[in-house]
Write a protein that binds this ligand. Structure first.
Ligand SMILES: CC(C)(COP(=O)(O)OP(=O)(O)OC[C@H]1O[C@@H](n2cnc3c(N)ncnc32)[C@H](O)[C@@H]1OP(=O)(O)O)[C@@H](O)C(=O)NCCC(=O)NCCS
Length: 199
């Protein structure tokens, strides 16, 4: 598969009165990310590999950023982080064409199109990294997130029963959705989104 050119940042995104800058995460974003994560509803953290409201988890995230295992695009409004998209690539040779996508938007900034824009950015980066397939996982009761991802062309691939347990000890089913990167790019071009965001 042909790899696209690496993305250039920062990019400015406007939604109503909000002006949001998209840029790559750096180690200096640790405090801002902790603040962002600690303001999220606990339920939104359940699909993550780690509890990002805790400092050691952010340290691990930064290490993986440095090693290239992870690429994270942040959405920043003023000095406040309001969202992120992370591409977590597999280090195994036989699954090196697959990456996991994780998108999170601050509760106060939802419904502005940021989730969509961050997902588009993640796909553009994935294409540049030679990734062919993206998977995303979320608990089955995250109806909004499922609707968002299905709207972007993701399709359910697996349902893992009682896969996650919250702090109260309740289990939740985890839904795995997937999307082919090249297909996402062609859909995006077909809908004219490329021109709208200056890609
Ligand atoms: C999923 C999430 C990232 C969406 O972010 P967002 O910025 O609110 O999404 P957008 O405003 O870009 O909306 C994208 C699309 O989904 C739709 N959508 C958003 N929230 C929705 C909801 N609750 N119900 C139905 N559709 C919804 C929007 O209408 C939009 O579709 P459109 O462009 O055709 O109008 C956000 O809700 C979130 O952070 N959730 C918690 C974390 C999570 O579960 N992440 C998913 C796992 S990777």
């Amino acid at each position: 598969m042909t790899e696209a050119a690496p993305r250039k940042y920062p990019i400015t995104y406007r939604a109503g009165s909000h002006e949001v800058t998209l840029r790559q995460m750096t180690p200096g974003d640790k405090a801002g990310l902790l603040e962002f994560a600690r303001a999220l509803p606990e339920h939104d953290l359940l699909f993550l590999r780690r509890d990002i409201s805790q400092e050691p988890a952010i340290d691990d995230w930064i290490s993986e950023l440095k090693s290239g295992e992870i690429v994270t695009i942040l959405a920043v409004e003023g000095v406040r982080i309001v969202g992120y998209a992370t591409i977590h690539r597999s280090l195994l040779r036989w699954t090196a064409h697959v990456a996991e996508l994780r998108v999170m938007v601050a509760e106060s900034a939802r419904g502005l199109g940021l989730g969509r824009v961050l997902t588009q950015e993640a796909f553009a980066n994935a294409l540049a990294m030679g990734i062919e397939k993206m998977v995303a996982q979320m608990t089955l009761d995250q109806k909004g997130a499922i609707a968002t991802f299905e709207g972007l062309g993701f399709r359910p691939e697996a349902l893992l029963r009682d896969q996650v347990k919250d702090r109260a000890g309740n289990t939740h089913d985890l839904l795995v959705l997937s999307h082919e990167v090249a297909k996402f790019e062609s859909q995006r071009a077909a809908y004219g989104v490329s021109q709208a965001f200056g890609f």
